[in-house]
Design a protein around this ligand. Structure first.
Ligand SMILES: Cc1cc2nc3c(=O)[nH]c(=O)nc-3n(C[C@H](O)[C@H](O)[C@H](O)COP(=O)(O)OP(=O)(O)OC[C@H]3O[C@@H](n4cnc5c(N)ncnc54)[C@H](O)[C@@H]3O)c2cc1C
Length: 313
């Protein structure tokens, strides 16, 4: 089935806001790209669970939009349903879970930066390596977001997803394989994650968080419209070692290269930025293709995108 119409009874009885023909491209950090045929904003887990089950039963494609910091929506937009989990219910963070001061649970729509700041204030260590990484908790888990100072996997205790019937399935840490920007989680909505943190001095944690943020700000164009690193750092087939995609892009003389309003950042070769709001997603997609071709010609290494691209394909 393609996208149901706005007054389709599929969701009419549910506690959900329905946004037909919604400009989701504008909800990403790039702020370019097209519309979703339909965006749904459930208000409860029960409504979310029923949406997931009904979409699967009716074979309606389902996508989850987090904070849009690693997402590029094609200009033609996307079909099916886009779920946005930003109702207050999906942003809740619970502390002192089961009486354990170091255990917290964050719903998938919780803001990663706000959650990190609150844990630091409470003297709970383990999320400060996320400083400067814009994300929802669900998006951070899906991408296993992180960098030189660690990744979210370091403190994950369990993750809950919804299966095709809309039932909650909990994956304990031991069942999770979280590697460089990937996880073994099924392609399903993440509902919440629990984190096992460490009792630490809040002042030390704040200082650490500040150091990590300043390091990022020095080397990356944080204020520009981007999706962070556009490409995964590849493994060099000659050495078996992971190499920096930014370094390969720099070596291929691509810094500053632009198509339309999309440009390879002069500050960091792996950041593709939108110079103005007048750009198109197509500019970025074409720039990505040019970079892949030229890096391959220069180094023999095939780059793969880290940024998730949504289109009608
Ligand atoms: C300035 C800047 C700096 C960045 N620096 C870093 C960095 O240092 N390290 C790093 O790893 N990343 C970095 N990024 C990329 C981005 O912050 C991360 O990938 C982040 O995890 C994306 O989270 P999100 O909520 O925005 O996800 P989105 O961009 O909305 O979505 C990304 C993917 O996650 C899926 N997803 C989102 N929520 C859910 C859910 N609840 N259930 C299932 N799937 C879901 C989406 O469907 C999509 O496939 C940066 C981005 C920017 C703009």
């Amino acid at each position: 089935m393609s996208t149901p119409s706005a007054n389709n009874p599929l969701f009419a009885d549910l506690d959900v806001e329905i946004f037909p023909d919604h400009p989701i491209g504008q909800e990403t950090w790039y702020a370019v790209g097209g519309h979703a045929d339909m965006m749904l904003r459930p208000r409860t887990t029960e409504a979310l669970s029923k949406i997931v089950r009904r979409c699967n039963e009716s074979e309606v494609p389902l996508r989850i939009l987090g904070s849009g910091a690693n997402l590029l929506v094609a200009d033609e937009g996307v079909g099916g349903i886009v779920l946005k989990l930003d109702h207050p219910h999906f942003r809740e963070v619970s502390y002192n879970l089961e009486g354990a001061p170091e255990l917290i649970r964050a719903m998938a729509g919780a803001d990663m930066q706000k959650t990190m700041h609150e844990t630091v204030k409470r003297g709970l260590g383990g999320l400060e390596q996320m400083a400067g990484i814009p994300a929802s908790v669900g998006g951070a888990i899906r991408m296993n977001a992180g960098g030189a100072f660690g990744e979210i996997a370091d403190s994950v205790h369990a993750v809950a997803c919804l299966d095709r019937r809309g039932e909650t399935v909990v994956y304990p840490r031991e069942a999770l394989k979280m590697d460089y920007r990937t996880t073994n989680l099924p392609d399903a909505p993440i509902l919440w994650a629990t984190f096992e943190l460490k009792d630490r001095d809040p002042l030390n944690l704040r200082e650490r968080m500040r150091e990590i943020f300043l390091y990022k700000r020095k080397s990356q164009p944080m204020a520009d419209k981007s999706a962070g690193c556009a490409f995964r750092n590849p493994t060099d087939p000659a050495t078996g070692e992971r190499v920096s995609a930014g370094m390969l892009i720099d070596r291929a003389n691509l810094k500053g290269r632009s198509i339309g309003e999309a440009e390879v950042s002069e500050r960091h070769g792996n950041f593709l930025v939108m110079r103005t709001g007048a750009g198109k997603a197509t500019d970025l997609i074409r720039l990505i293709d040019v970079i892949k071709e030229e890096v391959s010609a220069d180094s023999g290494i095939e780059l793969q995108t880290e940024v998730v691209i949504w289109d009608r394909g």
